[in-house]
Design a protein around this ligand. Structure first.
Ligand code: UTP
Length: 296
């Protein structure tokens, strides 16, 4: 795999998770034992990403602090013999480079990606949303598979998709495949939040993308839509409409997307990660079972 850089947008306000997100980023909310964005970084590292460009914003400082080394904390843990806790900070020393720039106005996901243009505007790039985990405990190499396909087929855009129930298509960007949609398929168009009877498939955009640098030209030309936001989906549609080669890739069944953007899916993700925790999982599972029995 030759693409080693990923843009990670984390500048959104997270209004759907208020009050939890009033003074902390939603990307720092814990799911099980780690904050969301740590899973995202670990997943990207697993796929061979070496450079991470975060698009941050007001109130997102703790994300930078999280990935920085904390010499004082390390000294303290070492001095007090807390080797186990020290091991929890190993992620600080991963072979990764971190870059940060700010989205200075809340103009949507498309605008956040456009903020990366001066830094990566001439090379193909991965985009991974900072509020979505792929796979339980982020054990997924979907990005590596997407990059391989991007290179193998000389595509301009590769988008990850997840199958959702027919009634749920109204909440997502939905794929319009060209022909039958196998594990990998030709992407003809994307339809944003279609009515159930108008949806061309039940494949929903799943927070991971690979783009040729062409995307930046289209983002720049995209006019703001709902709420004055520049939508990434609109720029992808514009690329596809002008003949760009689009590829869709389904997540494997083991690679469910955990969206930490609203409380319902956040609660589900937390419960599932906690139940499957290698240390605390079995006790937690027993506790939940007792709780449920008491309530029935
Ligand atoms: P969302 O679409 O969930 O938007 O972001 P949001 O503003 O964070 O949340 P709500 O709707 O107010 O609850 C998806 C991803 O895109 C980033 C977010 O940080 C999140 O990782 N994003 C969104 C930006 O970086 N900038 C934006 O202007 C919007």
């Amino acid at each position: 795999m030759t693409i080693d850089i990923a843009i990670v947008p984390v500048a959104g306000v997270g209004t759907r998770l208020l009050p939890s997100t009033k003074s902390q980023p939603k990307e720092m909310l814990p799911v099980g034992r780690k904050p969301v964005v740590q899973y995202v970084v670990e997943e990207l590292a697993l796929s061979g990403i070496k450079r991470l460009l975060f698009i941050t914003g007001t109130g997102k400082q703790s994300i930078e602090d999280h990935f920085d080394t904390d010499a004082e904390l390390t000294r303290f843990l070492r001095k007090t013999g807390r080797e186990e806790q020290l091991a929890e900070l190993e992620f600080e020393h991963k072979d990764l480079e971190y870059f940060y720039t700010r989205q200075r106005e809340q103009l949507g996901l498309g605008h956040a990606v456009l903020c990366a243009r001066p830094l990566v505007g001439k090379e193909p790039v991965v985009v991974a949303l900072g509020d979505s985990i792929i796979g339980i405990h982020a054990k997924s190499n979907i990005v590596a598979r997407m990059v391989d396909e991007f290179e193998r087929t000389s595509a301009d855009v590769v988008v990850a998709f997840e199958e959702v129930s027919r009634e749920d298509v109204v909440h997502y960007g939905i794929a319009k495949p060209k022909g039958a949609a196998g594990e990998i398929f030709k992407l003809e168009d994307l339809i944003e939040k279609p009515a159930v009877h108008e949806a061309p498939s039940n494949l929903a955009v799943a927070a991971r993308y690979v783009f040729s640098p062409e995307i930046f030209k289209h983002l720049e030309q995209t006019t703001p839509g709902k709420g004055g936001e520049i939508q990434l989906t609109d720029a992808i549609r514009s690329m596809l409409a002008q003949g760009a080669r689009g590829v869709g890739m389904r997540l494997a069944p083991s690679e469910r997307r955990f969206d930490i953007g609203n409380f319902e899916s956040y609660f589900r993700a937390f419960a599932e990660f906690a139940i499957n925790d290698p240390i605390y999982g079995s006790n937690f599972r027993a506790h939940i079972k007792t709780l449920l029995e008491e309530q029935s």
